[in-house]
Design a protein around this ligand. Structure first.
Ligand SMILES: [Zn+2]
Ligand SMILES: [Zn+2]
Length: 307
């Protein structure tokens, strides 16, 4: 794949309870959101998706953004840290909230941890990133919104319920990777122990197809691609999730949105090339990898300095 085109490159490298990892970039800068696959799987699937280049794993990876400490999101952090730094004295930054950092297993803790905080935007190369809070059974989980040269990408998984912040963010996206975890009937009738069923179904668990569909009805006019993510292999099927998403989009008159289903075993590629103006902050923003933009300037979804 030719990487140097305008717009966002989004590849869901793996999705589900066995491991989550998504690549987002613009050809010059790139990030991984979560690293719950093995480093070898990440490298192989990047190659499969054509994410090639001079970096240790191919296409540029300038930072890794961790949503929370569950192993299906963070298990490769230690190995990936060493692999990414192999030819670079500077360790690649791994962004995570303080609540997440305290819980990440020390065996996989990367060396260069940078703090991410909900509603505090920061830059990684040419990408502008904003973490938002989600409701999940960990101390400080976040989802990530990424502005790639004007294309807004959101990776929103591992949440038990919608919140106004999630809906506001979703409405602004061009490309949404949204959790469609379970079919409620399959979960309730399925083999999981009652306690686990309660956890998944509860407000700090995972989104059902119906809950995700409800969020999907908040799609804004910009939405062009929706990737259904983190599907349970026991309590959902791609067909059920897709049916729920399509019905939600049809109910708001949107038949033009491309719906894709994330896979636990192979990369799913989205390339959105919406020709929008490059990000142009009105206030100067330090170009450093870890430059935090104050929230009043930095919210992608409040009064926007990037209009
Ligand atoms: Zn997960
Ligand atoms: Zn989780």
């Amino acid at each position: 794949m030719h990487l140097l085109h305008r717009g966002a490159i989004v590849v869901v490298l793996g999705s589900g309870s066995k491991g989550n990892c998504t690549y987002v970039g613009d050809g010059k800068s790139g990030v991984l959101i979560d690293c719950g696959l093995s480093t070898r799987q990440i490298a192989d699937r990047m190659t499969l998706a054509g994410l090639t280049g001079d970096g240790p794993l191919g296409a540029p990876i300038d930072a890794v953004l961790i949503t929370h400490e569950h192993s299906d999101h963070v298990s490769a952090a230690g190995v990936l840290d060493r692999r990414l730094a192999a030819e670079d004295a500077l360790a690649v930054p791994f962004y995570m909230t303080e609540g997440t950092r305290r819980r990440v297993n020390s065996k996989v803790m990367p060396r260069n941890v940078q703090r991410s905080r909900a509603d505090h935007a920061f830059r990684v190369g040419g990408l502008l990133i904003e973490p938002i809070s989600v409701s999940h059974d960990t101390p400080e989980p976040v989802a990530y919104l990424i502005d790639v040269r004007g294309t807004r990408v959101g990776v929103i998984t591992d949440l038990g319920k919608s919140t106004p912040g999630v809906e506001r963010a979703f409405a602004s996206l061009d490309v949404a990777v949204l959790e469609y975890n379970h079919d409620l009937t399959m979960l309730r009738d399925g083999p999981y122990p009652p306690e686990l069923k309660r956890r998944i179904e509860g407000p700090w668990g995972h989104l059902s197809n119906d809950q995700a569909a409800e969020i999907t009805t908040r799609a804004g006019s910009r939405l062009s691609h929706l990737v259904l993510a983190h599907l349970s292999e026991e309590n959902n099927t791609p067909a059920r999730a897709e049916r729920a998403a399509s019905a939600a989009l049809h109910s708001i008159g949107r038949r033009d949105v491309t719906v894709l289903v994330g896979s636990p075993t192979e990369p799913v590629q989205v390339v959105a090339t919406r020709p929008t103006a490059p990000v142009r902050p009105t206030a100067p923003v330090r170009p450093a990898r870890s430059s935090h933009v104050p929230p009043e300037q930095g919210s992608l979804f409040g009064p926007s300095p990037w209009a």
